[in-house]
Write a protein that binds this ligand. Sequence first.
Ligand SMILES: NC(=O)C1=CN([C@@H]2O[C@H](COP(=O)(O)OP(=O)(O)OC[C@H]3O[C@@H](n4cnc5c(N)ncnc54)[C@H](OP(=O)(O)O)[C@@H]3O)[C@@H](O)[C@H]2O)[C@@H](O)CC1
Ligand SMILES: [K+]
Length: 478
Amino acid sequence: MRTAYRVETVRAAEAELMSRLPEGTLMRRAAAGLAAACFSLLGRGRVYGARVVLLVGSGDNGGDALYAGARLARRGAGVTAVLLGSRAHAGGLAALRAAGGRVAEDPFEPLAAADLVLDGITGIGGHGGLRPDAVPVARAARGSGAVVVAVDLPSGVDADTGEVAGEVLRADATVTFGAYKPGLLIDPAREYAGAVRLVGIGLEDLLPSVPELQALQHEDVARMLPVPAAESDKYRRGVVGVVAGSRRYPGAAVLAVAGALHGGAGAVRYVGPAGEAVIARFPETLVHAGPPAKAGRVQAWVVGPGLGDAPGVDDVLASDVPVAVDADGLRGLSAELVRARTAPTLLTPHAGEAAALLGVAREAVEARRLAAVRELATRFGATVLLKGSTTLVAEAGGRGPVRVNPTGTSWLATAGSGDVLSGLAGSLLAAGLPAIDAASAAAYLHGLAARRASGGASPIAAGEVASALSDAWRDVTS
Ligand SMILES: NC(=O)C1=CN([C@@H]2O[C@H](COP(=O)(O)OP(=O)(O)OC[C@H]3O[C@@H](n4cnc5c(N)ncnc54)[C@H](OP(=O)(O)O)[C@@H]3O)[C@@H](O)[C@H]2O)[C@@H](O)CC1
Ligand SMILES: [K+]
């Protein structure tokens, strides 16, 4: 499991470690890791003679850049520092000068010819976007064609939340120290970080066991996924009921059932007016045209995809089994009703649906995804999966670590892909997974399936995502 910690937590661990070590040890470790990453980015044999520009802010982030620059200069790179802060780290500056580096009078001249730029303007001590005097310099760095490496974080992002309040210098790669920060994993900030590399500086054992964010990896998901025992029959494996589709949108029912068939439940019971379309595509489905309450026992429900104004949501919420509510099921959903449930509820909104539930604009959710998902989970007393380029899952009540899905791909922004996801999540609920695991494992498999189906490079249809779920499952468990 990959974890991310808030700035105050990282700082506390750093203070503890620093009190046990000679002064400057941590910065030396950080700078050594940063320089090593730069050597590998520049490529073997290309450090000597490389033109490197350091953008240096007032704090220790600039210090890291200066010490790493000194290491590059000692290996024969031409290193120039551009000082952008109210002051510059004195030890770092001395080290750079001693190694043959120089300080630029005019920032634009060295940037025009740079091969590599180190962004050390701000790290975890930064607030808000780049300051006005840094903006043209950052733009020149971005426009120079040089590889831009962010030191710890791209300058201008909010480390704790992933929010972006102004201009940010977009990096090709970020070298972060001690622990991931939430802003490196959550959009919009994540988008500016490029490929993120973690350099250990010895903090690992001093960080608390509960992080701010968790990103599952294959082995975590493999441990969660249900495995049928020898004596399992379809009912023991769990039956998932899908209340979805309408005469107008029969396809949503087909896609939600397709997702549900790949989620480990033993059987899928479809309830609604699109039974014929569902059976035509998936003859293994049990179909029922009446109300959900009369459809027979299930271990979990999925309600909402393509439902239009059809009834069914209240019926399903009145049940005593876990329920995943998606799409049309979320419209006008009552927080009181959801909070009053005794069984778990999972809500799977996209940013627009989340905004409607919170009574804010969609842009506000997109800008503050972490706060939005926690707020929904608190208000509804439900586990919430907020879909998007970085899908987040918050536990009911909004406490505990939020899970961020690392497998997403922008090819998933395609009609019907959400229907597949909610069917899959409901199926995992029926198979007995806790809601947080069902939601985050579903997001993980769904993203992986989309990557497989698109080959990372081509548009995909939602049905193809569903078809690739078995392969994704095998990738994770093998
Ligand atoms: N602690 C450790 O053990 C280790 C720390 N390490 C490193 O130190 C970094 C943290 O260093 P830090 O605390 O000095 O803060 P940092 O991010 O450099 O900048 C703060 C200063 O910047 C300014 N400023 C603020 N906002 C701004 C803006 N928008 N735009 C421009 N400037 C802005 C403001 O100063 P002002 O200019 O207002 O005087 C503020 O005081 C951390 O990210 C990691 O790289 C590693 O070496 C590992 C060991
Ligand atoms: K930085």
